[in-house]
Design a protein around this ligand. Sequence first.
Ligand SMILES: [Zn+2]
Ligand SMILES: [Zn+2]
Length: 294
Amino acid sequence: MRRIRRGARKRLIRWTRRARELDRATYGRLVDYHIHTKLCGHAVGEPEDYVREAIRKGLSEIGFSDHMPLLKMTDRRLTMAPDDLPRYVDLIRDVQASVDEIAIRLGIEMDYFPDHMNEIWDVVSPYEFDYVYGSVHYIDGWGFSDSRFLSSYRGKDPDQTYARYFELFCEAARNGGFDIMAHPDLVKKHGIKTKLPIDRMYEEAAAALREADVAIEINTSGLRKTALEPYPTVGFLRACAARGVAVTLGSDAHAPQQVGMDFDVAVRLLGSAGITEIATFEGRKRGTRSIAGE
Ligand SMILES: [Zn+2]
Ligand SMILES: [Zn+2]
């Protein structure tokens, strides 16, 4: 029954997507900082295609943030090889130089691996990123978010998965050195739920973010997954807003048409948390931008 309802909701989201699309003036006040490139091996389209879609929608600022090479693993469907990092930077610098209708930032999405952060930061030190996303895609070596390996959930206790995810999330916010924590409650991606007091986890996570002065994003890609809602959920966002945690926006686009996708939902979510400005980044300095219309 739940599966039927979820299927209907998924279809509804797809059908109404065009009709719900924000007008260009509203898009013009927003940013999309979470955009991938085909270098990661599971995204399609040229960077120019993503930029063109952003311009079509009316966004005035976007940023690429492809997956950082994994130093301890090689999986060409997961992320670029270490040698590709300079190519990625050049690729984005080229688009920046050839397009002037829109501000294009250079970011990167780093995985949080507690024991290897120094090594990882050493690899990116030659580059000048505008922002660095931190992601918890791994729970003690388990790539829980990888849709190719859903069977890996078998035999896992959802409560333990949630508890450990949030533990790592707080640790990453505090010690990772990141500017933005990506898809804050990614643990819900494949629809697993916990019976633990989840509000307490949100409160603790919001406190860690505030303490470390790290921003989060509203990531709309959850609407394209089993979770069927953006990351984070409204309760988590409200906990962040109450503490003054900075919030920015990302679509996690892995295809050009996904740039700025479902941002009407993100805008509504911001509204329901009483957030009137979003965070912007340049040269790893955070700024703010009002999202209120005239
Ligand atoms: Zn990806
Ligand atoms: Zn991403």
